[in-house]
Design a binder for this molecule. Structure first.
Ligand code: PRT
Ligand code: ZN
Length: 283
């Protein structure tokens, strides 16, 4: 049995649970419970505050966990990282009142900066050769300048709208973060094997998220050109249609460049194009 710690409720919770579910791991989740056991995979899920996850995994209370890299690095536990998971992307940034004249990070010398990430900020300021007073607060960092608590802040930014609505402007990006899977460094052989199985599933889910399955019909004389435009896993599947001289072609394309590919294959004679999400992808 492997113990996974995920955030009980917050920005990481839903994506963490979805990832586990997409791996085909079933469990009954309840916001009232502190832990739950999967009914079809040797996994137990612990619901915790995100800040507690690195410590619990480092101490072996949980075997693995899902947490933002910002929390992980702030607590000096980055060595636990197994891999990045690609969701909850955000950045830790320095921001100042929008009326302040700001030319470079040197403008922060001697200033008071409020943050919930003193370690990350300290390391960044040191690297930049800036000496400032770090004021650690646990929440509502963005209001610190307006209440006279600090002259600048260092906080998590995603869309940037919180900064704007508090009259602040983002001036430096200190750290880029996303959710990461972490693991205790001394897992038993049995637990390591379960983790390998879980990672195999996670990779299949992640690969599939980036790809689309594409089906199209085309006149046989266009097939060579269309094939050259469709990089597929091995080679595309081509099946004859009931209508003479036509074939159906199936392939896999990258989500990122599929609009561009679709325009090109249409121009090459493709018709009846279907693009379908892929659930799992094992290669
Ligand atoms: O209760 P618990 O301690 O478990 O949760 P929490 O309140 O400490 O964390 P939570 O749920 O807010 O965030 C969990 C993790 O999500 C963070 O550690 C980051 O890794 C990640 N994440 C992604 C974010 C954001 N996006 C984010 N936008 N964490 C916080 N924010 C906040 C930010 O602090 C600011 O107040 O959202 C505001 C900015 O958002 P924008 O979109 O207006 O820029
Ligand atoms: Zn937290």
């Amino acid at each position: 049995m492997l113990r996974l710690a995920i955030q009980k409720s917050g920005r990481l919770s839903e994506d963490s649970l979805n990832l586990i579910r997409e791996c085909g791991i079933s469990f009954v989740s309840s916001s009232l419970k502190l832990k739950t056991e999967s009914t079809n995979f040797p996994l137990e899920i612990l619901y915790l505050r995100d800040d507690d996850i690195p410590g619990y995994v480092a101490d072996g209370v949980a075997d693995i966990g899902i947490v933002g890299e910002n929390v992980l690095v702030e607590e000096g536990k980055q060595s636990l990282t197994v891999e990045k998971l690609g969701f909850s992307k955000c950045r830790l940034s320095l921001a100042v009142p929008k009326t302040m004249e700001y030319n470079s990070i040197q403008d922060l010398n001697g200033k008071n900066i409020a943050t919930s990430y003193p370690n990350l900020l300290k390391a960044y300021l040191q690297e930049q050769g800036v000496e400032a007073d770090i004021h650690t607060i646990s929440g509502s960092v963005e209001i610190a300048p307006s209440i006279g608590l600090a002259e600048a802040i260092c906080d998590i930014v995603s869309s940037g709208s919180t900064l704007i609505s508090n009259g602040l402007k983002e001036v430096e990006r200190v750290f880029k973060s996303e959710a990461a899977l972490i693991a205790n460094e001394e897992l038993s052989e049995e637990k390591r094997e379960i983790l390998e199985k879980l990672l195999f599933r996670i990779h299949a889910v992640q690969r599939a998220r980036k790809k689309k399955y594409i089906l199209l019909n085309a006149p046989n004389e266009s097939l060579d050109e269309i094939r050259s435009l469709l990089p597929s896993i091995k080679s595309p599947t081509i099946l004859p249609l009931a209508e003479d001289g036509w074939s159906s072609l199936h392939s896999v394309v990258n989500e990122d460049d599929f609009w561009e590919i679709i325009e090109k294959i249409k121009a090459a004679g493709a018709q009846g194009i279907l693009v379908i999400p892929i659930e799992k992808m094992i290669i």
